[in-house]
Design a protein around this ligand. Sequence first.
Ligand code: DX5
Ligand code: ZN
Length: 237
Amino acid sequence: MAQDAPREAPGRLPGRVRIAPSILSADFARLADEIDRVGAEADVLHVDVMDGHFVPNLTIGPLVVKWIRRHCDLYLDCHLMMDNPGQYLEAFRDAGADSCTVHVEVGGTGELIAQMRELGLGTGLAVNPETAFEACEPWLDRVDMVLVMTVHPGFGGQSFMSEVVPKIARARELIDRAGLDVELEVDGGIDPRTAPVVSLAGARLLVAGSAIFGQQDAVAAAGAVRAAATRALADRS
Ligand code: DX5
Ligand code: ZN
């Protein structure tokens, strides 16, 4: 059944850097408290779904998303690191996801985007470090968001791959050249040191897991990531 248009991701203003805390680094035994810890600085809550095939790790599925949805009103984006996302999109929608992000590497991208739209989900397309951004190019005018991975997906707490920075800049160039309203997101190794690098390259939605949940004051840590990126953009102009 087709749904209404996807809920607009909040806080999206021209030039504003948005933060998406990744719950992968949260204490899952206290997930509701952990989400409350970051709520004030979270524009989007990033939910990492791993299937043990597309990536060598297992995490969570629609059942957990359902309880997160009952607990909070944050915009929920499910990053689907899985071989067969199409089989689960409806379940994530029914659980309360606002958007899903699928990987271009799994193929069938056109069908997956159409299916997400039909379900009323916001549409994200992710690209791994070793995949050229050109793989996403044919779909740019049909997605709400592109996610450039800045680590190999599968685990939190990995080091930022600076060799991906030119790809972020390339993505920004292609989005702007086509005049598209597509959010440019990055994920992996984002902290106050790397946030300026990715924002200057053109990213505006920054996923961060360990740099936020790994800190005692999580909301201050999220604010520090945002402030570092925002300052870099201000200094440039
Ligand atoms: C990695 C996940 C990320 C992860 C990022 O496969 O997609 O969202 O949580 O964690 P940090 O910010 O610790 O690199
Ligand atoms: Zn992720």
